[in-house]
Each structure stands twice: as structure tokens, then as C-alpha cells.
Design a protein around this ligand. Structure first.
Ligand code: KG4
Ligand code: ZN
Length: 322
């Protein structure tokens, strides 16, 4: 079964072709550079850029997969959560394709797509697994069960983890998205600033206090060292994430840990998780970078499984922001 996976939830136009929910034939992502100078995503500009990119990116995805539109058996598309205008571009495009080709389509939750990046990468990963989703829009902890059902254990009450990276990077005058800049700066820094590790309330995260602590530090120390700020901030975030993982691992007696979403590409996070794994006998699962960042392949994979279970979506299905 050849599945075309489409994700336009935020500022990336992503289209992929995946065979049988497993084999990635193409995975094309057009990142919108227009937002960089504004320090964040401009929703209206994002939607317009999706409209321009969706057709050429789909053509490239088909070409790289060496197939034609007529070979597609199922269309998977993100219908939320995300920016409503952006989502509507992908969803309307998928519906139109589905109608004109007479091929079923499945509307997929973007967060479920991120969880399925683990299935796509590891094929049959050991389950149950504690799954931490850390991206620019979301920070969620799930229990992924043997039957691929999942239970939400907790989520952020304010900023998302990646958003905290982006905002701290902005304070350090770095472009959007700032996560990779923080990681780069942190490599040259030391942990010599004591930012408070936020409190975890029943697996519910909060990043806004830590972000504010960084802001006050910068104001009170105008000649701050940006390397040390980035390093100390990054280590504090990782401490916090590890706190949540340890708590869930202990409570549910599960040693399989999956980490997905854009922040999961952070090398220092991986390094510390590997150390933790040795210490606690965990098995850590982190998909490759292209599958952690927003992509169409994870949506194709998730829609493949959703289709087997629930059948196709109806044309009346709508996009939802949150
Ligand atoms: O999953 P993703 O591509 O999009 C969303 O669904 O949000 O995640 C993007 C987020 C951004 O906040 C970005 O700054 C962060 O992932 N990110 C990183 C790194 N690379 C990307 N955060 C920390 N370290 C990185 N190396
Ligand atoms: Zn995402």
C-alpha cells in the first residue's frame, strides 16, 4: 500500500511517500525561511507559503519515490493541532486529491504522527513504552501500550519545551527557530548559573518560570556570557525532562523510553539520556533527525495504521487548531 503523507501544521510543507507504513520512499520538507527575521511564525505568511509550496513539494515527493499520483492508495494528512490557516492548506489539498483520484484519505492528529515516528523508525519497538514528545508546539508525556493505544500522562501548562528554547534564543538575539543555536552556544559554555528546575505536577510541565528566570538573569547581568547562559539553561531543561521520565518509568515499571519531536534532535539530550540508560537500565528510542522534526512520513505511517483500524475519514472532517 502506497501512502502519501502530508503535514502543513506549522511552518513546514512536508510530503512523503511511505510503503506499507514502513518503507520511506521519499520524505520532502520545505522549511519556510520567511519567519526567521520575525523571531517566530507569522500564521498568515505560513499559510500563504504552504499554498505556494504544496504542489511542487508533492511533485518532488512523487518523483523521488519514482511513482505517479495514480499509484497512491491512501492519502494521510494532518488536520490538527496546529495553525488553522496552515492546516487548511494541507487538508483541502488532500481532500481535493482524494476526491479527484477516488482514493481514500485519513485525517491524522499531528501528535499521533510524532508518536508513530517511533514505529516508522524501529518497526517493532518493544512496548509498552514511555514516550516524551518535545517540539516547538507541544510537550507531552504518553504511555504507549502493546496494542499501540496511548494514554496521555501529562502535558505542558504553558510554553512548550521547544518554545522555551526558541524564546531563550531570541533573548540572546538569535534567529528563529532557536533550538539549534542554543545547542551550538551551549557546547562552548559551562554550567555555572543556577536556574531553578521547574516543578512537575502530576507529569504536567511548566517552562515559563525557567524562561523568566533566564530573562531576569540577562537583565541583572548585562555582561553575561551567552555560552554559559545557553549551557546552564539547556542542562536545566534536560534535568527536568529526565525527572519526568524517571518518575513515569518508576510508576509504571517501564524501561523503554521513546523521545520524539524537534527537540529530540538535540545531541546533548541524547548524550545525557544514554548516560541515564546505563545507570537505570533503560532502552532509549529516538528516531533519526528527519523523523523527529515535522515530516510527512510520520503522518503517512500513522494514517496507514489508522486506516486499518478505523477506515477512511469523511469529507466533512475539519481542521482544528488545538
Ligand atoms: O517537531 P518540530 O519540527 O515542530 C513542531 O511540531 O513544533 O519542532 C521544532 C522545535 C523548535 O522549537 C526548535 O527550536 C526545536 O524543535 N529544535 C531544537 C533543536 N532543533 C530543533 N531544540 C533544541 N535543540 C535542537 N538541536
Ligand atoms: Zn511537530
Amino acid at each position: 500500500m502506497l501512502v502519501l503523507g502530508i503535514d502543513t501544521s506549522c511552518d513546514e510543507t512536508a510530503v512523503s511517500v511511505v510503503r506499507d507504513g514502513q518503507e520511506i520512499l521519499s520524505n520532502i520538507v520545505a522549511s519556510q525561511v520567511i519567519h526567521s527575521k520575525y523571531g517566530g511564525v507569522i500564521p498568515e505568511a505560513a499559510a500563504r507559503a504552504h499554498i505556494q509550496a504544496i504542489l511542487p513539494i508533492t511533485e518532488i515527493a512523487l518523483k523521488v519515490a519514482n511513482i505517479s499520483l495514480r499509484d497512491i492508495n491512501l492519502i494521510g494528512v494532518t488536520n490538527g493541532p496546529g495553525l488553522i490557516g496552515s492546516l487548511l492548506c494541507g487538508l483541502s489539498f488532500a481532500k481535493a486529491l482524494s476526491f479527484s483520484l477516488n482514493v481514500p484519505f485519513c485525517a491524522v492528529n499531528h501528535l499521533v504522527g510524532h508518536i508513530y515516528s517511533l514505529i516508522l523508525e524501529y518497526k517493532n519497538p518493544p512496548l509498552p513504552m514511555i514516550v516524551l514528545l518535545i517540539s516547538g508546539g507541544h510537550t507531552e508525556l504518553y504511555l504507549l501500550k502493546e496494542n499501540l493505544e496511548y494514554e496521555l500522562l501529562g502535558q505542558t501548562m504553558d510554553d512548550a519545551c521547544g518554545e522555551a528554547f526558541d524564546k531563550v534564543a531570541k533573548m540572546l538575539n538569535k534567529p528563529y527557530p532557536g533550538g539549534p543555536y542554543i545547542e551550538k552556544l551551549a557546547k562552548k559554555g559551562k554550567r555555572n548559573i543556577n536556574f531553578p528546575i521547574p516543578v512537575l505536577k502530576n507529569y504536567n510541565f511548566s517552562f515559563s518560570g525557567l524562561k523568566t528566570a533566564v530573562l531576569y538573569y540577562l537583565k541583572e547581568n548585562p555582561s553575561y556570557n551567552e555560552y554559559d547562559v545557553a549551557h546552564s539553561f539547556q542542562e536545566t531543561v534536560i534535568d527536568y525532562l529526565i525527572l519526568a521520565l524517571n518518575k513515569a518509568s518508576e510508576e509504571f515499571n517501564i524501561k523503554n523510553i521513546g523521545v520524539v519531536g524537534g527537540v529530540a534532535v538535540n545531541e546533548r539530550l541524547k548524550e545525557r539520556l544514554n548516560l541515564l540508560a546505563q545507570d537505570k537500565n533503560y532502552r532509549i528510542f529516538i528516531p533519526r533527525k528527519e523523523l523527529c522534526l515535522d515530516n510527512g512520513a510520520m503522518i503517512a505511517c500513522a494514517s496507514y495504521y489508522q486506516y486499518q483500524k478505523e477506515g477512511p475519514s469523511d469529507f466533512s472532517v475539519e481542521a482544528f487548531a488545538n
